[in-house]
Design a protein. Structure first.
Length: 499
């Protein structure tokens, strides 16, 4: 190619790049995004000041304004987290990603995705916002938040300055919601039509957000897939978790202040050790600190403070099959499964497991026990608390086995909700296409209208504590009234208690 043609090619590329750039004014300054799939996308928008240096273990603060236009075309760093024997991410991680069909005054519905990952791993970039923005006309946002020992380690007894340190990940979500409330109109969204959505640890964290007064007025709807307030633990448990971490670091309880300045990599490597195995699913999470979360989650939910909120809440038929297998050795199930997951609560779960052994194989009994005590009990407790207190709830059960024994495992529904377009365009069988169509369209209808009912599905009634009608998502969707909802009255609101 001649030099002149080279120059012309570069000029054309520059013109194309400029034409595809998207610039918006936020409350802190201008940002420049890009065009993807004919919509505007902004990646790595900072929604709070980087929580580094002296800001470690402190609540998020407003980001400083910037003068030049900020380039937001690449995902920001994920939160610091273990990755095998290494550490990935950075403490400077408070970024969100925004996908919008158009920047106009149409006041579109907004959905905010909070990722799962046991509150120790994951990032907002793990889900593709195009899934709801491209064809469904929904402004879609995915966020990062602080994880693990940098997001949920209680330090309030070390210094009252850090009274909220056990809830930093929660407060990060609140800070992102505040940014959205202040700025979303400039991106074609409506600050009064915000749905928060998460699965697993994402749903648990959002449930904790919901029972924190700090979130009031920042959202109107919630979708909670396999998660409730069971993640919130008492401060004694949280202090014991910190002691375990310090011991792994070769430190004592008296050395807790060293966590303020230790390299993040060192903290994460130690965390990775104490979170090895099945118990890592429960080790870290929000704390009843008396400030961020003032009351037991179910008491707060039942108090009427969530009146007017609309929610989809549900679980999968065999959640527990994701955590144990048919070939596991169940000879010492209490020590290898229940104690690591539940600590002081283990005897109650183990008693239920032993009861199930009278009719089930050890594997089937373990799956049923983990499904109940990790997820289903808590989701139904939350629905039971908020429905009489003025919230509107639609309950579901994901039951599609996909030809596998103990299918419908933890997280299996995500493929059909976020990957619906690909499934419908593929050679997948009719059952999978039906499931993708029904799940995705119900979620879209709820986000956009506040009602998950669609024209091509059975009528999905609101849940109440008497009829207890639940939508069953399977190869054929049906509505089923539950005869009863299992609830171990002795099992506390927190899954993980360590005294």
């Amino acid at each position: 190619m001649s030099p002149i043609k080279n120059i012309l090619t570069l000029l054309l590329s520059a013109i194309t790049l400029t034409a595809s750039a998207q610039t918006v004014k936020t409350d802190k300054g201008y940002i420049r995004g890009l065009t993807e799939n004919n919509i505007a996308v902004f990646k790595g928008i900072p929604y709070a000041q980087p929580p580094v240096g002296d800001l470690r273990y402190l609540p998020p603060t407003d980001h400083k304004a910037w003068t030049d236009t900020l380039n937001t075309t690449d995902f920001g760093s994920s939160a610091t987290q273990p990755a095998g024997n290494k550490v990935m991410g950075a403490e400077d991680c408070l970024y969100l990603n925004l996908y919008t069909p158009a920047m106009d005054d149409h006041k579109r519905a907004v959905v905010v995705w909070v990722h799962g990952g046991s509150m120790t791993n994951g990032s907002g970039s793990g889900m593709n916002g195009h899934a709801f923005a491209d064809k469904d006309d929904i402004v879609t946002i995915t966020i990062n938040y602080r994880l693990g020992a940098l997001g949920f380690l209680y330090m309030g007894d070390v210094d009252r300055k850090y009274a909220q340190s056990g809830n930093l990940g929660l407060l990060d979500v609140v800070a992102a919601l505040k940014w959205i409330h202040q700025n979303i109109a400039a991106f074609g969204g409506d600050p009064n039509r915000v749905t928060i959505m998460g699965e697993s640890a994402g749903a648990k964290l959002l449930s904790a957000v919901m029972v924190s007064p700090a979130s009031k007025g920042l959202y109107q709807q919630a979708i909670l897939e396999s998660g409730s307030v069971q993640c919130i633990r008492d401060s004694v448990t949280s202090k014991n978790e910190r002691t375990r971490l310090l011991n792994q670091l070769g430190l004592t309880a008296a050395d807790a202040r060293q966590l303020l300045t230790l390299p993040a990599d060192s903290i994460m490597k130690a965390q990775g050790k104490i979170c090895e195995g099945i118990g890592g699913n429960s080790q870290l999470g929000p704390v009843y600190d008396g400030v961020t979360i003032p009351l037991d989650g179910y008491r707060y939910a039942a108090s009427g403070k969530l009146a007017g909120i609309k929610a989809i809440i549900g679980t999968n038929e065999n959640e527990g099959a994701a955590f144990t297998g048919p070939n596991a050795d169940y000879s010492y199930a209490n020590a290898t499964i229940f104690k690591p997951l539940f600590q002081n609560d283990a005897p109650m779960a183990y008693a239920y497991y032993q009861q199930q052994l009278k009719t089930d194989s050890p594997y089937a009994a373990a799956v049923k026990t983990l499904t109940q005590y990790m997820y289903q009990v808590h989701s139904y407790r939350l629905a039971k608390a908020i429905t009489p207190a003025g919230a509107s709830v639609w309950m579901y059960r994901y039951k599609y086995q996909n030809g596998k024994p103990f299918g419908a495992r933890h997280g299996d529904e995500l493929h059909y909700i976020w990957g619906a377009d690909k499934i419908l365009a593929s050679n997948d069988d009719a059952d999978k296409k039906q499931l993708a169509r029904s799940l995705h369209s119900a979620w879209v209808a709820f986000i956009k209208t506040g009602d998950p009912n669609t024209t091509n599905a059975p009528k999905w009634p609101k849940y109440n504590n008497y009829a207890r009608q639940v939508m069953i998502f399977d190869s054929t969707d049906t509505v089923m009234p539950l005869k009863e909802v299992y609830d171990d009255k002795n099992f506390p609101s927190a899954v993980f208690v360590m005294k």
